[in-house]
Design a protein around this ligand. Sequence first.
Ligand SMILES: *[C@@H]1O[C@H](CO)[C@@H](O)[C@H](O)[C@H]1NC(C)=O
Ligand SMILES: *[C@@H]1O[C@H](CO)[C@@H](O)[C@H](O)[C@H]1NC(C)=O
Ligand SMILES: *[C@@H]1O[C@H](CO)[C@@H](O)[C@H](O)[C@H]1NC(C)=O
Ligand SMILES: *[C@@H]1O[C@H](CO)[C@@H](O)[C@H](O)[C@H]1NC(C)=O
Ligand SMILES: *[C@@H]1O[C@H](CO)[C@@H](O)[C@H](O)[C@H]1NC(C)=O
Length: 495
Amino acid sequence: MLSHISSKWILPFLLFDISHVLGRILVPIHPHGPSGNRRRAETPDLDLRSTETFLWGDADIELPVANLTVNMPDDAENILSMERFDGMLTKVDCNADNLALTFEDDATFLYAQRVWDWVNGADNHSFVMVAGPGDCGNNTRRLPYVISTIQYDEVANKATLAASLSSWEAIAHSYDLVVGGISGSPGTKNQTQAVQRRDIDKSTSVDFVHDFPFSVALSANGLSASLACTNCSTTGQFDMEFTISQKFFIPTGASMKIQPRGVSAIAQVKLSGSGTVTDALTKEFTLLEIPISAFTIPGVFDLGPFLTISVGAEISGITISAGVTTGATMKFDDAAVMEVDLLHPEKNSFSGWEPIVDAVDVKVDASITGGVAVFLKPALVLKAEAIGQGFEVGINMKIPNINAKLSAIASPQGACPAVEGQPKTTLGVSLSANIGGSLNFAFKKTSDDDPIFTVALAALDKPLATTCFPFGDVIQARSVSSPMIRGAGRRSISA
Ligand SMILES: *[C@@H]1O[C@H](CO)[C@@H](O)[C@H](O)[C@H]1NC(C)=O
Ligand SMILES: *[C@@H]1O[C@H](CO)[C@@H](O)[C@H](O)[C@H]1NC(C)=O
Ligand SMILES: *[C@@H]1O[C@H](CO)[C@@H](O)[C@H](O)[C@H]1NC(C)=O
Ligand SMILES: *[C@@H]1O[C@H](CO)[C@@H](O)[C@H](O)[C@H]1NC(C)=O
Ligand SMILES: *[C@@H]1O[C@H](CO)[C@@H](O)[C@H](O)[C@H]1NC(C)=O
């Protein structure tokens, strides 16, 4: 039977940057290169295409973060980005049912007329014209229009395209989309690449830097205790890459890669109080629940990461008169990588995710007997919504996980084994502990309730050497008289 615990929790210094919540909007990158270094449009840029690529990136650095390639393989369809040739236009009017384009000269107008007139050749011919940023006044997004017929004004060099504004979801029946990127393992790149990579990472990674001091009260019949943390934090980031494709509205690819970079966690917690409980008490508290830095391409892709961090504590058969501090650090190797193919799970690969765990600062202040287990549980949910497809990956971690067994010892001959330079005492606490960590992934389609699959990785449980903390009366050496030392003995162990 679990004892009744009344618990309240206080989060005095919970900080997080509000900008994390807002996320970042990726902006279109011009097909002819970055502003200031853009090649001039040439007449072949007016040709209708069966494949067109659209790139997006951060506003300040014009490096692609997302590549959407739309395929229009059918005989009756085509596609063209207006960004390719908008430098040849002197005027664009985007009206409710047409696009009116005025060309700078006869040559460009005649070329356009020749290659675009295909749309007038049959009732079912149509093409998608995608207006770039600023092509239709002050639009910041790319706007896909479906063009069904064209009329020409030879005198004004003006083409009026019967057009209806559509959506990416409706027009992109067949596409390949790559968002983000994971470059090779660290240490294999030169300085230039390193700088470029840092820039790219700015937009393709999910930040894992969080600090969450807490204090929670655990009270039960016979026990008054609290669990407090002054040094609990996570750091680093997760880099990621999404590859999504479909053909005639049927999904043909949905895969994702995730790699940790500098990801580590530390938990240093102190259980203090007084009293006795005989039953096991298990409690979990949510410390942090926030949407974190996401990025979005309006109408095309949306990444909504969400982070929850909880702390769990379990105490059993405990008699406590003071405090016990335990702690551990955990990190992932940057070489760890996860590649998941949602349509072909047999191709999934995971490597290097075994957590590296070390003990820090284990201390016992006074007499305590019983079992104490504490773990931090960060859970990161990444919800990716692409054109017509959506899926979620949950990364559930238990890092670090500390499990200690303490027993009070009393002996007139000395409770703890003799240690050079330290007086023997009549009382002591022997501590044996295991530290570890675990990680699992769960994947699901946004439209489904149940996961497609879950993967349990990397459960580590490592025993630490048993340590004895001396207390109480010092046992006098026969021939020497030394002052009585009472009170807490302190010693740290490390793994
Ligand atoms: C975009 O993706 C297409 C195919 O998916 C590829 O052919 C093209 O090279 C890519 N472009 C860039 C700039 O990465
Ligand atoms: C377009 O119409 C022609 C006949 O005018 C027909 O042969 C062809 O299959 C149609 N194509 C599509 C994609 O509907
Ligand atoms: C864009 O232009 C429209 C009218 O042309 C105007 O109502 C709107 O406020 C403008 N938006 C911005 C962000 O400038
Ligand atoms: C470093 O990488 C950049 C980009 O790939 C390349 O242009 C440059 O030549 C490389 N420099 C060296 C010294 O390898
Ligand atoms: C938290 O613990 C780490 C690792 O032991 C240490 O480097 C850091 O200084 C500690 N921070 C605080 C605020 O105690």
